[in-house]
Design a protein around this ligand. Structure first.
Ligand code: FES
Ligand code: CO
Length: 318
């Protein structure tokens, strides 16, 4: 499965404290914890002794202790202590399954296989203030969530009075291009928005740039035509199961006045409008087989599906 070679976000960098944290990635239960050096480690959430969940254990003296028989594992996954045999030196095969983990963009990222990319997707230059929204656990596939993020034709209906106006449902003509590595980009998309941001005083023309960053991540850069903040949103989707994902929205904004809580409330309102629709879609896996009807206004969705096919994505699609 090619997805195992990609880096996926699994938690906020600040989520891992003293207690082990269970997460799920690509259907696999993982445990995140901090070792003796304070570094975050990602192990399969399964003790090599008798399969108990390591995330039910505790961290003792910088080692992860299994809840069942108390075996202790160091940051490399090696078992260092078997309490039932105090004099025993555990051999090399007494070890937990350990995965590569790294921090980027305020999140922790895990790669379950041989990496096919250098690391998490890089971001272009963006406003420096970053507010992370989420996590939002969504009962649909990661690619359904990404496609929704790339879709503007739903604004007039799902976000009426906010991001769209029911009297102006048309999708204007826009150009689609691709990056040298094949990711779809819409460089300039104009839209009239009744309430484009948390600080908006009234309606405004905004110009969007959409960019697919990775199979389950996308960037939306929003510039007002006149006054108003420049906002960039990145959707980071973590593919937990084929039909369940966890998403974060990273908002990079030039708005230095509006408090975090107000920005969070705005984003939560928008996502609360999206969620019931997203979770109602059937099938939950994104069809790449041409079984859903597309029109010219769906140019970016069609390009995204093509990109997933080219990437060999199989998780969360059908
Ligand atoms: Fe973990 Fe026995 S199952 S120590
Ligand atoms: Co929406």
């Amino acid at each position: 499965m090619i997805e195992r070679g990609h880096w996926w976000p699994v938690a906020l960098a600040t989520d891992v404290g003293e207690a082990p944290l269970p997460v799920t990635l690509l259907g696999e239960p993982l445990v995140l914890w901090r070792d003796a050096a304070g570094a975050v480690q990602a192990f399969a959430d399964r003790c090599p002794h008798r399969g108990a969940r390591l995330s039910l254990g505790v961290v003792v003296e910088g080692q992860l202790q299994c809840p069942y028989h108390g075996w202790r594992f160091d940051g490399q996954g090696q078992c260092r202590r078997v309490p039932a045999l105090p004099g025993f030196t555990p051999p090399a095969d007494h070890r937990a399954v350990r995965y590569a983990v790294t921090a980027a963009h305020g999140l922790l990222w895990v790669c379950l296989g041989e990496p096919v990319t250098d690391g998490p997707p890089p971001l272009p230059a963006l406003p420096t203030r970053c507010v992370l929204h989420g996590p939002f656990d969504v009962a649909t596939s990661a690619p359904r969530a990404v496609e929704n993020f790339l879709d503007t034709a739903h604004f007039a209906f799902v976000h009426a009075g906010w991001l769209g106006d029911p009297a102006h449902g048309e999708v204007p003509h826009h150009t689609l291009v691709h990056t040298p590595d094949g990711r779809p980009v819409v460089p300039d998309y104009p839209a009239w928005q009744p309430r484009a941001s948390a600080s908006a005083a009234g309606g405004a023309w905004v110009r969007y740039r959409y960019e697919v960053l990775s199979p389950y991540a996308a960037l939306l850069h929003k510039r007002p035509a006149g006054e108003g903040p420049t906002d960039a949103y990145v959707l980071w989707a973590s593919p937990q199961q084929p039909e369940a994902c966890r998403v974060w929205f990273a908002q990079y904004t030039s708005d230095t006045d509006t408090p975090d809580e107000v920005l969070r409330a705005f984003q939560s309102t928008i996502f609360a409008q999206d969620r019931p629709i997203l979770e109602s879609q059937s099938p939950k896996r994104l069809p790449l087989d041409g079984s859903e009807r597309m029109c010219a206004a769906d140019r970016l969705s069609a390009a995204y599906r093509r990109y997933l096919r080219e990437q060999g994505i199989t998780f969360g699609v059908c």
